[in-house]
Design a protein around this ligand. Sequence first.
Ligand SMILES: NC(=O)c1ccc[n+]([C@@H]2O[C@H](COP(=O)([O-])OP(=O)(O)OC[C@H]3O[C@@H](n4cnc5c(N)ncnc54)[C@H](OP(=O)(O)O)[C@@H]3O)[C@@H](O)[C@H]2O)c1
Length: 352
Amino acid sequence: MSTEHNVALVVGANGVIGGNLIDHLVTLPGWEVIGLSRRGGVHTDRVRYRAVDLLDASDTRTELGDLTRVTHLFYAAYQDRPTWAELVPPNMAMLTNVVDAIEAVAPGLRHISLMQGYKVYGAHLGPFKTPARETDAPPMPPEFMSAQQRFLEQRQRGKTWTWTALRPSVVAGFALGNPMNLAMVIAVYAAISKELGLPLRFPGKPGAYDSLLEMTDAGLLAKATVWAATSERAENQAFNINNGDLFRWRELWPKIAAHFGLEVADPLPMSLSDVMADKARLWQHMVAKRGLKPLDYQEVSSWQFGDFVFSWDYDMFADGSKARRFGFHEFVDTEEMFLSIFDDLRERRIIP
Ligand SMILES: NC(=O)c1ccc[n+]([C@@H]2O[C@H](COP(=O)([O-])OP(=O)(O)OC[C@H]3O[C@@H](n4cnc5c(N)ncnc54)[C@H](OP(=O)(O)O)[C@@H]3O)[C@@H](O)[C@H]2O)c1
């Protein structure tokens, strides 16, 4: 790992991925950290925050004009849209705008790290080839993650900086107000099931209960991201990053239920977006009764993402061996990961 002084610009600093990356970077010597998102953040000894809307190109250039010392740009921003095709323009614009702005002012830029996911394998479209490998062809465009990688590949030619792309599975870690937060979906669903005296029913499609799946711990992903960004062997490469174990909800669901002190009943397919839509008042009641942190229901709800993940009645996994062959050897036990995230949410008084 580089022993030089590094200045990291983490783009998407409030995200489940960007936030956990910042938490990791501040534990490392030799890193100065700047977090960027629209909302900004509260400065600490180790992290300065910038509030910038990356969709506004000229504002981005103006606001980032003084970031002349950035050496590493970690890109993990995301704009949600209702369709796969609609994701492309805003997500391309944000990446282009921040790369334009930083390249123009930071002569010491050494690396751009791009956060991707299994959409580059078409995993969101339906049953895809598993295990997916980094050498697999991308799906039919439009697909924003593949487009972002093509942009970086072209942009890097003739430059002194290098790029890497990280391809996690579903990411689990602490974050609030995020559209894609599976651990929070399960935690709040379980807490509400308990409050209503219901068993924990798997709400997914028939078939999803038995499919093979894997997860990526946000802390593990942060370590892999920094490893890739600072390893010469990894330059200009993409890597699948996953916990290293596979599971089926059939096996894990009862263990999650037990952790919440709940019985399990047979799966019952239902749209969480529909059935949880009217639970905001119940949640506020639980917040008051159980002394929880007074968060808006929206901040703990990503039901649409839960519906998406629980609709996968096909296997969802990728080959993680390339990262290991190139030198990243860490792994996480997925069951332990889920249970420790739930414990953390309890300690933070986000769930009862
Ligand atoms: N979460 C997962 O399970 C998962 C799994 C695989 C891959 N991925 C991919 O990883 C990437 C990051 O995902 P994530 O889940 O961490 O996203 P996220 O939690 O939604 O975070 C997105 C970040 O982008 C910032 N942002 C959004 N619009 C912005 C704008 N116009 N200008 C500046 N900042 C903006 C947000 O902060 P503000 O709201 O403050 O602007 C937030 O910090 C995405 O490409 C996603 O597809 C995610």
